[in-house]
Design a binder for this molecule. Structure first.
Ligand code: IMP
Ligand code: MG
Length: 207
């Protein structure tokens, strides 16, 4: 694999920048083809999907629009209940619009399935899902996902919008962490990956 890895820390590169760019380009081309002559609204759920959205948007060659939603899920992190509260709603009315929900990752699918029910009740012309990562083995709520970047193994991932303890969304690639708790406890653990020379860095002192 190209790029940084620190297998000694249980950290490895899962999807590199070039692979992500290639998939984002392909999805943008597919959306362009499928929405010819239309002006789809890309609905993004804050905050994880924003990096993907920004790149995807520039690969779409029809006049796309964007809108944002912020939600909070009840229940503990890692065990979503599927009960969702809308913290920030869309600015635009999506009635009769072509809506594409853009997600960073679909895990159990509980959050998204709730969201789709809510958005569907507003009677859009079409309602589809686009996700960069699909943790399909973890799915609880069955979902139809029209556009998928990568199938993702059942491992915690960070980077390209995805966070660990709200940090490292700015990594331009996606890492798999065997021990996400450790990374949350020691915020500097992933620091070498931001500078791009992690393979020459020594073991990181925790803390
Ligand atoms: P679910 O599909 O309802 O289980 O929840 C999906 C949400 O959980 C995503 O939008 C992410 O915010 C979060 N999530 C799931 N897996 C990961 C991961 O591996 N890293 C970071 N966030 C994750
Ligand atoms: Mg999310």
């Amino acid at each position: 694999m190209d790029g940084p890895e620190r297998p000694e820390d249980g950290i490895r590169l899962l999807f590199g920048e070039a692979a992500i760019r290639e998939r984002v380009g392909a999805i943008g081309a597919a959306i362009t083809r499928d929405h010819a002559g239309r002006s789809p609204v890309l609905v993004s759920v804050l905050k994880g999907a924003t990096v993907f959205l920004a790149d995807l948007l520039r690969e779409i060659r029809v006049p796309a629009r964007i809108d944002f939603m912020s939600i909070s899920t009840y229940g503990q992190e890692g065990s979503p209940s599927g009960v969702v509260r809308i913290v920030k709603d869309l600015d635009q009315d999506i009635g009769e619009e072509d809506v594409i929900v853009v997600e960073d990752i679909v895990d159990t699918g509980l959050t998204l399935s709730y969201l789709l029910t809510t958005l569907g009740s507003r009677l859009p012309r079409s309602l589809e899902v686009c996700t960069l990562l699909d943790k399909s083995v973890r799915r609880i709520a069955p979902l139809e996902i029209r556009y998928v970047g990568f199938d993702c193994p059942d491992v915690f991932v960070v980077g390209y919008g995805l966070d660990v303890g709200e940090r490292y969304r700015n990594l331009p690639f996606i890492l798999a962490l065997d021990r996400p708790d450790e990374a949350a406890e020691h915020p500097d653990l992933l620091l070498p990956f931001l500078t791009g020379e992690p393979s020459v860095a020594g073991p990181v002192e925790g803390g």
